[in-house]
Design a protein around this ligand. Structure first.
Ligand SMILES: Nc1ncnc2c1ncn2[C@@H]1O[C@H](COP(=O)(O)OP(=O)(O)OP(=O)(O)O)[C@@H](O)[C@H]1O
Length: 610
């Protein structure tokens, strides 16, 4: 703005003609009455500076600013002693104490977002000396316009400030009242957390965690916080990530649905996460699923009891004894209880174990079969609990144990009576909540599995003789399934013969077993049960005649060639002796081991897999 001429030194340059002002308008012309131009200029600047200063102060209200501003205006005018001012804003008046509206008026507008929302008026409340019509200077017009602009800016700033505060307040109320946990993370550190988040992770107040890293082990339940951010790695994600986690809440385990969304906060990437407790929904879902599974199982039992079955899965047999077995299998499959299967060697115990697993709720998880007779006491932990890399020489990598492999599924303990008392105790602890540790690890793990076991002999005998812990016995034998030997269900033989022949490549011209052969098969006693029948049929198809050798035909003795080395000859002789012993005992391995003078365990190790 150009310097304003003083009252005394007003010149023609500063006193421009206003078309609205009559020729008679007075101008302060005399040098003797005008203060100097510099002091006039200082008055203007003081006024503008004072008004600008008002909105530096952020904690004051708009009316306070307007009232102070209006009081600053008269002093900048040519005749401050005659001047008064008024700001009219949105229906509200702010005026100097001496305010009086007269015909000597100067006005400017206050504008907000292009809208006329108020006015600033300066009046001379009585006629100033030497003035007729328009006593105001051109510079005062500029000054008033500058004041109007500044007040418009104050108004805009105040309104924006209010809008921001209101939106912040709305956001705060919203996030503080919602039941969902909310957290904002930037640069890997918490910038905001709401009370629900604090409650979820056992943090007493938000300040405890603000500015801490996501993985900081100090605040609240740090392990669970870190767990809920595991899915987003280093917090830099491009798209929404959702997952379900389980958190421990007082007295219960809660299912929490976590949703991480990448956002921009203060112009930089950040992560906004919500944590919703969906335990109730999840429990309802699980209950519904359990009910559906139960209905499904009941339906299957019902269907099976409606008509006589000739098979269940891979198990064949239409005899009444086998109908009873099918029913027990389906009933066992409808529960999650432990099942113990009894029957002679080769009678189909492992098939039954598979059937229970395949008809049960765990069918989509693994079925892990372990021959307990072949497990050495010293290797029990390594085999059942697994090991970590470096746990012993030769442990080049981490390896899971049977319990890890069967997690969610079934662990089938074949020849369960061969587990020693020590092994039973370790197994019991591992499955009964005590957990287990892999060799070389300090972490305790737990597993969720169903145990199905099998034995040739009644386990009660083992308990009575002190070879089985009674707690282990009760743990594994909740449901009992007894398999009949083949000699007690001979009516199933034709069905089984037909089944096995379909799987063997028959020589040209043979499509079925001749009648007399079938008669012989029906008369035979089958000490090796169905396994023996399968092997006899295989031999029959190959040799053309029946040979009831042993249930373990793999061990058929053969003459030793002269050029054989001692080690191979010893092995062959051993196999031949084992075959004979098994043949003599009708496949009963316990008796065969006794005949050979070795332990059952030693016999198992020497046997090839069935
Ligand atoms: N009812 C059956 N229907 C069809 N095949 C059967 C039946 N029972 C047994 N088998 C067959 O006989 C063989 C031996 O069965 P499995 O291994 O289940 O017997 P097991 O009682 O577990 O024997 P072991 O006590 O010697 O371990 C397998 O090849 C199996 O498929």
């Amino acid at each position: 703005m150009t310097a304003k001429p003083s009252k005394k030194m007003a010149d023609s340059r500063s006193v421009q003609k206003d078309p609205n002002v009559s020729e008679k308008s007075c101008r302060p012309l005399t040098i003797s009455t005008a203060p100097n131009a510099l002091s006039e200029r200082i008055k203007e600047l003081n006024c503008l500076y004072g008004i600008s200063n008002l909105f530096e102060n952020q904690d004051v209200s708009l009316p306070w600013i307007m009232q102070r501003a209006v009081e600053l205006i008269p002093a900048a005018w040519q005749y401050p002693e005659y001047a008064c001012a008024r700001i009219r804003l949105e229906g509200q008046d702010y005026a100097t104490r001496n305010f009086k509206a007269t015909k000597w008026r100067q006005n400017t507008k206050i504008v907000l977002n292009g809208q006329h929302v108020g006015d600033v008026d300066v009046y001379y409340y009585k006629k100033p000396p030497l003035c007729e019509a328009n006593p105001f200077l051109e510079e005062e017009k500029h000054l008033l316009r500058a004041i109007g602009e500044r007040l418009s800016k104050v108004l805009w700033l105040k309104r924006s400030e209010e809008a921001l505060r209101e939106s912040e307040e709305r956001y705060r109320v919203l996030t503080e009242q919602v039941a969902e946990g909310v957290a904002l993370v930037q640069d890997n550190r918490f910038r905001y957390v709401n009370p629900a988040f604090c409650k979820l992770f056992h943090i007493s107040m938000a300040e405890e965690i603000l500015d801490r890293r996501v993985t900081d082990p100090r605040a609240g339940n740090a392990a669970e916080i870190a767990q809920s951010y595991r899915a987003v790695g280093d917090i830099e994600i491009d798209a929404k990530v959702e997952e379900l986690i389980q958190l421990s809440q007082p007295g219960r385990l809660a299912w929490i649905q976590v949703c991480h969304s990448p956002i921009a906060f203060k112009g930089r990437p950040a992560l906004l996460s919500t944590f919703k407790d969906i335990t109730e929904i999840k429990e309802q879902q699980m209950a519904a699923q359990r009910m559906a599974d139960q209905l499904d199982s009941e339906n299957r039992v019902l269907r099976s009891s409606l008509k006589e079955r000739y098979r269940l899965g891979d198990i064949l047999g239409r005899s009444a004894a086998m109908q009873g077995v099918y029913e027990r299998i389906l009933k066992a499959a409808a529960t999650d209880a432990s099942v113990a299967i009894f029957g002679e060697s080769g009678s189909g115990k492992e098939l039954v174990a598979h059937a229970v697993h395949n008809h049960g709720a765990r069918k989509n998880h693994r079925f892990v079969a372990v021959n307990c007779g072949a497990v050495l006491e010293t290797l029990f932990e390594r085999e059942f609990f697994g090991h970590r890399k470096g746990a012993f020489s030769g442990a080049h990598a981490d390896a899971p144990g049977y319990l890890d492999m069967a997690d969610g599924g079934t662990l089938f303990l074949d020849e369960v009576g061969d587990l020693t008392l020590g092994m039973q105790a370790k197994m019991l602890r591992a499955i009964e909540g005590g957990g287990y540790r892999a060799l070389g690890s300090t972490d305790t793990k737990s597993t969720d599995l169903r145990i199905i076991s099998a034995s040739n002999t009644p386990l009660e005998d083992k308990v009575n003789s002190g070879h089985m812990r009674s707690d282990f016995f009760y743990r594994i034998q909740v449901i009992r399934i007894q398999l009949p030997p083949l000699r007690q269900r001979k009516q199933d033989i034709p069905l089984l013969v037909e089944h096995f022949l379909r799987r063997i490549e028959l020589p040209a011209g043979m499509d079925r077993v001749p009648g007399p052969i079938m008669d012989t098969l029906m008369e035979y006693d089958w000490p090796g049960n169905v396994r023996e029948l399968r092997n006899v049929l295989q031999r029959f198809v190959t040799l053309g005649h029946l040979e009831f050798l042993s249930p373990c035909e793999q061990f058929e003795p053969s003459p030793l060639p002269a050029e054989m080395d001692l080690r191979s000859a010893t092995r062959q002789l051993e196999r031949s002796l084992i075959a004979k012993a098994l043949s003599r005992t009708g496949g009963n391995r316990t008796k065969a081991a006794r005949l050979l003078g070795i332990s059952r365990r030693a016999l198992f190790r020497k046997l090839p897999p069935a």
